[in-house]
Design a protein around this ligand. Sequence first.
Ligand code: AP5
Ligand code: ZN
Length: 215
Amino acid sequence: INIILLGPPGAGKGTQARRLIEERGLVQLSTGDMLREARNSDSEMGKRVAEVMDRGELVTDEIVIGLIREKLGQGGKGFIFDGFPRTLAQADALQALMAEMDQRINAVIEMRVDDGALISRITGRFTCGNCGEVYHDVTKPTKEAGKCDVCGSTDLRRRADDNEDSLKTRLMEYYKKTSPLIGYYYVKGNLKTVDGLANIDDVASEVAKVMDKIP
Ligand code: AP5
Ligand code: ZN
């Protein structure tokens, strides 16, 4: 089974992807995580990627499609695409890559939220630098202050692009370049919408319902 999680920054894609890995053994392919890894490398490409990401703009299709192609080649039981595709060109490229592997996208899950909620989601977010668990100051704090519930690490980080200015640009990029994918997948017939404003467990059960209906 291969699925896409589609939604604006802060919609909860990463949070739900992590649950699906645990519960269904799928492999998460987050282009955001891959790019954050690339920016930490000392390469010229890494530096360019860092600047673009911090402004909240999209990285070029060429770079992200290359990253995805590499990961798909490593195989797996099924993939959760998180934050990819984000443009029509990326969607077409994904379809071609899947066809090459004799596979298809079984469902595209649109996580619908309103913009007002996104600012507090994004500005309250922090992540464990060791295991990647995603937290929130208000909606999902750690049980013990400053310490990851999952792995006990004290390396809790905030992202450089999680500020109001970059978020505005990220939202604008979303509406201009990514939201047309909702229509694209609707026409293809595999778009499913869940209410991303519900609490994390309720969103997870909506997502599970969609997954269980995949033949
Ligand atoms: P990326 O890393 O993909 O970021 P994003 O799309 O902006 O999404 P986020 O990670 O911000 O949000 P999310 O939906 O995963 O929410 P989360 O679960 O963390 O991309 C970053 C940058 O990389 C882009 O700006 C671009 O530059 C580049 N990039 C990446 N992919 C690209 C591509 N394909 N093409 C070109 N460029 C690309 O949740 C957010 C917060 O809310 C957390 O604190 C969480 O605890 C909390 N929360 C989650 N769900 C709920 C809930 N139901 N109720 C209450 N709180 C919740
Ligand atoms: Zn951790």
